[in-house]
Design a protein around this ligand. Structure first.
Ligand SMILES: [Fe+2]
Length: 214
């Protein structure tokens, strides 16, 4: 067993308790948070860097995340940031997404096979999007939950329209449900969790993207 920073472990528990206590803003239902499933260490997010372009917006995002009802979580991120490694899904390329997306997104795992808290599930971590970025519509087998921590972004499920989310919003994605997110003039910081065992490389993009620009 490797050592996990106690502050990171505590923050991770606080986040999952917060998720379990909220309701999905679409269905109004609570999300069943799974027990931790043990796993072997393995590399999933092979593209690690501390110089992704989007990280220019991290301080602003952390500041926004510490100004709302989830400020305890937002402030916690700032304290554990040195424990995290920023990454991009190695299967996201300019061929299947866009350069503006790749310049505008990064993920920092909390728990998972290649994250500080070693497990097979749930996979959890921070998603950071810069301002004016679209995370194109995509899907995956594991059920997913997002806890939004900053204001001003929008979500799109299946082939529906864009709707506003706010700090504290919980959004549940069913297995294989298409979902997209976009920002306006502020960055988005959210905690994303996969509730089932899965490989982050096995994410499929939607054919809908070419006509979802609105
Ligand atoms: Fe997802």
């Amino acid at each position: 067993m490797h050592n996990v920073n106690p502050e990171l472990a505590e923050l991770n528990q606080l986040i999952w308790r917060t998720i379990a206590a909220r309701r999905d803003i679409v269905s109004g239902r609570q999300v069943q948070v799974p027990s931790t499933i043990a796993g072997e260490r393995q590399d999933c997010e092979s593209r690690f860097s501390d110089s992704f372009t989007v990280l220019d917006h991290l301080q602003r995002a952390l500041s926004l995340a510490s100004e709302n009802e989830l400020a305890e979580i937002g402030a916690g991120f700032a304290r554990v940031m040195t424990e995290l490694r920023w990454s991009q899904n190695p299967n996201y390329t300019t061929d299947n997404s866009s350069q503006s997306f790749l310049d505008g997104y990064a993920y920092a795992g909390f728990s998972g096979p290649d994250a500080p808290i070693l497990c097979a599930a749930p996979l959890g971590g921070l998603v950071l999007l810069g301002p004016d970025v679209v995370y194109p519509s995509h899907h995956h087998q594991p059920k997913e939950v997002y806890l939004v921590l900053t204001p001003g972004s929008q979500w799109c499920l299946d082939e529906g329209g864009w709707f506003d989310v706010a700090p504290g919003s919980l959004i549940f994605h069913h297995s294989w449900q298409m979902h997209a997110m976009r920002t306006r003039d502020e960055p988005l910081l959210a905690f994303a969790g996969w509730l089932d065992v899965g490989d982050r490389r096995a994410i499929g993009w939607s054919e809908y993207n070419h006509r979802s620009g609105e």
